[in-house]
Write a protein that binds this ligand. Structure first.
Ligand code: 8OZ
Length: 371
């Protein structure tokens, strides 16, 4: 029998009803980093997905890079998430949270005591972040602040912070697992890629050194909560957040071989430019070779792909063995019942990009289901 998007899948410890995932999507609707009741409604509306992956969620106050994104470090935040996971589980869904440290993609106004963002090296990204002026309530994009380089002795604190958030997510907030955000030019991606990492210690220079923090974080989380509850998101060539690596293929083939023996639930790959073209000019990458590197080293996790997939591309990706699962982003914003619509080949609601970031129910919980 051919595999379809609607075939069940065992991904590590996660038993999934189908191979359609809701991609992590920043929505900036959690003032004080606390998910609201409408957040529970939003995720519960989408619970027929094989797997829901939450928006990036800050592991500690220094991991915050945008206004009104949720966290996993305070009691109120975890209580808010518990309402979300309860609502999703009541509808038979599975949900993991995305563990996020933004590194240099932040702004002094968003960080404790106005301290600078942290990064592998003191290299400012040419990009913007989203802030809300507390006086006027007006939201907008502003350039990120200049970061400071982390000292080597601070890195165990970062690892610990990821582990603490993973434990809280599973033990207190009721998540089925976690996804490590190692993509899109945030902290772990900054360490991996030589465009942002100019270190001369054990965490810079060679591929092995640049991948070290990512692998330390991943192994520590796997030890703490069980590898079968852990996924990881990677974006080999995305230019998002001004990130670049001079030789992504050997870097990511190495990362794939190192991740393989850990027994993770899934590997989540953004193909191309995040939310944009699937080919990035001047940045060729062989995704089949990347996956082979993982499988040939014994990796058994589900291979999840993302970026610009429509119904036909997704069906083909799963039927051909290119991937085990497909994650949908913008389509999931606009279609709470995306699984049913794909199954019935029903028309899809268009998304409204003006309501992606910030606001309330409009553009969040008011997209219609099929009649
Ligand atoms: C869009 C806006 C803000 C953040 C990512 C977490 O790109 C994000 C993000 C996306 O991974």
């Amino acid at each position: 029998m051919t595999t379809t998007l609607f075939s069940p899948l065992q991904a590590g410890d996660l038993h999934l009803h189908n191979r359609v995932a809701m991609a992590p999507l920043t929505r900036n609707r959690s003032p004080n980093a606390v998910p609201r009741d409408i957040t529970a409604t939003y995720y519960a509306q989408r619970a027929s997905a094989g797997l829901l992956i939450t928006e990036g969620t800050a592991i500690d106050p220094f991991a915050q890079g945008y206004a009104d994104v949720p966290g996993l470090y305070g009691t109120e935040q975890l209580d808010g998430w518990k309402k979300v996971t309860d609502a999703v589980h009541a509808r038979g869904g599975k949900i993991v949270t995305q563990l996020w440290h933004v590194g240099r993609i932040s702004h002094v106004d968003l960080l404790p005591e106005g301290l600078p963002p942290v990064a592998p090296s003191a290299v400012q990204a040419n990009t913007r972040t989203y802030v809300i002026d507390q006086a006027t309530g007006k939201a907008g994009f502003v350039p990120v602040s200049a970061p400071r380089a982390l000292q080597a002795k601070e890195l165990p604190v970062i690892v610990h912070s990821f582990v603490q958030a993973a434990r809280s997510a599973v033990e207190t907030a009721g998540f089925d697992g976690v996804e490590i955000h190692a993509a899109n030019g945030y902290l772990l991606d900054q360490f991996m890629k030589d465009g942002a990492n100019q270190r001369t210690d054990d965490y810079g220079g060679s591929i092995e050194n640049r991948a070290r923090l990512l692998l330390e974080v991943t192994r520590a989380i796997a030890d703490a909560i069980g590898a079968g509850k852990v996924g990881i998101r990677l974006s080999p060539v995305t230019p998002a957040n001004d990130i670049v690596d001079s030789h992504p293929q050997p870097l990511f083939d190495y990362v794939a071989r190192q991740l393989a023996p850990l027994g993770l639930a899934y590997i989540h790959v953004i193909e191309g430019a995040t939310g944009g073209p699937r080919e990035v000019e001047g940045r060729p990458f062989n995704y089949a070779q990347f996956k082979d590197s993982y499988r040939m080293a014994g990796g058994k996790g589900a291979w999840m792909v993302n970026n610009g997939y429509d119904a036909d591309m997704a069906a083909h990706a799963v039927a051909s063995g290119h991937a085990d699962m497909v994650a949908f982003g913008k389509l999931y914003i606009a279609n709470p019942d995306l699984v049913e619509r794909l199954r019935e080949k029903a028309p899809l609601n268009p998304w409204d990009q003006h309501t992606f970031y910030g606001g309330g129910e409009h553009g969040y919980t008011d997209y219609p289901k099929l009649a």
